[in-house]
Write a protein that binds this ligand. Sequence first.
Ligand SMILES: [Zn+2]
Ligand SMILES: [Zn+2]
Length: 274
Amino acid sequence: MPAYICQTCGVQQAPAPAPPGNCAICEDERQFVGRAGQRWTTLAEMQGSYRNDVAELEPELFQLTTRPTFGIGQRALMVRTPEGNLLWDCLSYLDPATTAAVTELGGLSAIAISHPHFYATCVEWSEAFGGAPIYLSSRDREFLPRPSPAVVHFDGDEAEPLPGLRVLRLGGHFQGSTVLHWAGGADGGGALLTGDTIAVAADRRWVSFQYSYPNRIPLPTADVLSIAKRIATLSFDRIYGAWPDDVIPVDARAAVLRSTARYLGMLTGNWPRG
Ligand SMILES: [Zn+2]
Ligand SMILES: [Zn+2]
């Protein structure tokens, strides 16, 4: 039975004889149903029309992108460690060339995904790499359309799939929205891989937060305060966001803290404006 993939969000459903009637992730107010209505594809149908590119961003960090762009268009990031490699976030497209390229870099020991918009075809990726565990916050359990024994739904605010790689639940965009803290990143200064939990702004000096990015719904004060409080406890110098080129190369922790202050200031009318 085919496992259908939503063409708008790129998330794969459980195998079924026919495409589902709707995509629960796209019908949620944080996403949208495509203008042409709900459309589906499969990995088999996609073969040959897409490719995944791999690029090294810094030592032991690789970016994977699908070309042409598919679904939401996010990148996935792969962190290499002496104890194994982790895939952060996920792509919908997977083919033998991608599996070979990732295998050449040491394969995958674990997968962690920031939130449901990027669940993609995570079960296929896990199966391609020996059933690698997929770390997801249990808070978003209801949004996972394709269950698998590889999924580790962790409770609480933290999981450590591999030594030096901590998945931290910050909430906000989704109840279970997470970031990945990589202690060894940025030449030992620490890097934060943030998905949609913390969005890198176009000026690459500030960040922002949204309940819904496509529908422009902001986060409430309490959520931003909670994110700021957690960030203040972390040590990191660099941020990698969800899209290629989304990076704050230095002083990223300070950028998040001043950005939470600006966000809260704008919500309450206490931020100076030009
Ligand atoms: Zn969808
Ligand atoms: Zn999202």
